[in-house]
Design a protein around this ligand. Structure first.
Ligand code: NDP
Ligand code: HSE
Length: 435
């Protein structure tokens, strides 16, 4: 049987999971790949006495893996865009195929790296970079390749979904749940990437590039995290029949592509509303197939390793047959990738959840309703609570119809300027996810 040699750089959560999976399922993997997959070298900066590396040669300098002539496929599991970028550039320049789980690297440097890979006649594979173990890149690039993708929406950060689920179901504290996500290996090295939506933005950019055949444009994504979500809004959303989820949304419109990551109210009956814990799910609407949903573990050692090793197997199959991959790295042929305008947020149309604190006196609601009505914003639902004992102010919650964001901003400013309204309005976008 032929032999393909892999070098693994980084032996943290995903690196250790990848090594364990390649070793444990070696016989099945060889049957599927049509060749033996040998681990030829590890690039490991510090000691990992808890990981069994046997007789595999270990280099303290990861660049030694990129320079090792025996290595066919370099697996980059370091993370970040410093050493990882230099390492991947060097591996590609040395004619090695690369597999990575690094969404920051692909989202920010993918245009350059895919070009370099194509020039060198090798592949840069990144299934694990989006939605952990869910094979959504393969689904988009291959399974849905007959479709014109209209939109996609996903829960694409496991840490964030884990935190929101624990806060809602168990009333747990944000910081405590984040610490648990870190201990479980779900979070990024810098967890602000998870909670401020940057990680989800990296992933959304990758999905959108494949779905719409456009270059990766990380700087164009509108990004809002989950740190501003208050328990009180989770409760009101439930009363209105909604759940708050942190979504990445990419949509094709006549005016441009929507690219946005933010907390979103979605109807509680939708499948996405019931994706809990570290699970991720991506809903994709294709013109021929309609909606399809991809669900599974979005983070963690072996779920992520499952996607990394699947990429290794794909490459090994090609190497064993002496052929390159027929699947373009971004799903469309490089010469067909086309820049598309990104829709400014003020032109995006969504429905809105608005929570305001109002004086408990006659006429306040009618003032708010008149401002909305003059702007053509219709109120779909309204909750007004009784004032608490000794209080003169009450929370008022409104669900609006779909409105252009620029117009909603104007309406919100006008309402906030009313004497009877205290402070700022809490605003969360609402999506029906039905077309
Ligand atoms: P970890 O922090 O657990 O592991 C990273 C490893 O890389 C550590 O062993 C670290 O060594 C090593 N490393 C960092 N910098 C260097 C360097 N300059 N030279 C050599 N080694 C270095 O991260 P994860 O395993 O969680 O993540 C790895 C990649 O996978 C990231 O890109 C991440 O975004 C991605 N990913 C992670 C998922 C997860 O669930 N954890 C899921 C999907 C993708 P040291 O210990 O000495 O710092
Ligand atoms: N930190 C990421 C998450 C890892 O929580 O989703 C998977 O990409």
């Amino acid at each position: 049987m032929k032999r393909v040699t892999v070098g693994i750089c980084g032996l943290g959560t995903v690196g250790a999971g990848t090594l364990a999976l390649l070793q444990r399922n070696a016989a099945d993997i060889a049957d599927r790949a049509g060749c033996q997959i040998e681990i030829g070298r590890l690039g490991v900066r510090g000691d990992r006495p808890d990981v069994e590396t046997g007789t595999i040669p270990v280099s303290r300098d990861v660049m030694a893996v990129a320079d090792d002539p025996e290595i066919d496929i370099l697996v980059e599991l370091i993370g970040g865009t410093d050493t990882a970028l230099a390492l991947v550039r060097r591996a590609l320049a040395n004619g090695k195929h690369v597999v990575t789980a690094n969404k920051a690297l692909i989202a920010e440097f993918g245009n350059e790296l895919f070009h370099s890979a194509a020039e060198a006649g090798v592949s840069l594979s990144y299934e694990a970079a989006v939605a952990g173990g869910i094979p959504v890149i393969k689904a988009l690039r291959e399974g849905l390749s007959a479709n014109r993708i209209q939109w996609l929406a996903g829960i694409i950060n496991g840490t964030g979904n884990f935190i929101l689920t624990e806060m809602r179901d168990r009333g747990r504290d944000f910081a405590e749940v984040l610490a648990e996500a870190q201990a479980l290996g779900y979070a990024e090295a810098d967890p602000t990437f998870d909670v401020e939506g940057i990680d989800a933005a990296h992933k959304l950019v990758i999905l959108a590039a494949i779905a719409f055949g456009m270059p990766l444009q990380f700087d164009k994504v509108y990004t809002e995290g989950i740190t501003g979500i208050e328990t009180v809004d989770v409760g009101y959303a439930e009363q209105l029949g909604y759940r708050i989820k942190h979504l990445g949304i990419a949509r094709r419109t006549e005016q441009g592509i929507e690219l946005r990551v933010h907390p979103t109210l979605i109807p509680a009956k939708r499948l996405l509303a019931n994706v809990n814990g570290v699970k991720n799910a991506v809903l994709v609407e294709g013109d021929a197939v309609g909606p399809t949903l991809y669900y599974g573990a979005g983070a963690g050692a072996e779920p992520t390793a499952s996607a990394v090793v699947a990429d290794v197997i794909d490459l090994a199959r090609n190497l064993a047959r002496g052929q390159g991959s027929a699947v373009p790295m971004l799903g469309v042929q490089p010469e067909a990738i086309e820049s598309r305008p990104i829709l400014p947020m003020e032109d995006v149309r969504t429905a809105w959840y608005l929570r305001m604190t109002a004086e408990d006196k006659p006429g306040v609601l009618s003032d708010v309703a008149s401002i909305c009505s003059r702007a053509g914003v219709s109120i779909e639902a309204l909750i007004q609570k009784e004032p608490a004992e000794g209080q003169t102010r009450v929370p008022v919650i409104i669900l609006t119809n779909r409105t252009r964001e620029g117009e909603l901003n104007r309406v919100a400013r006008e309402i906030e300027a009313l004497d009877s309204i205290e402070g700022q309005i809490t605003r969360i976008r609402v999506e029906a996810l039905d077309g």
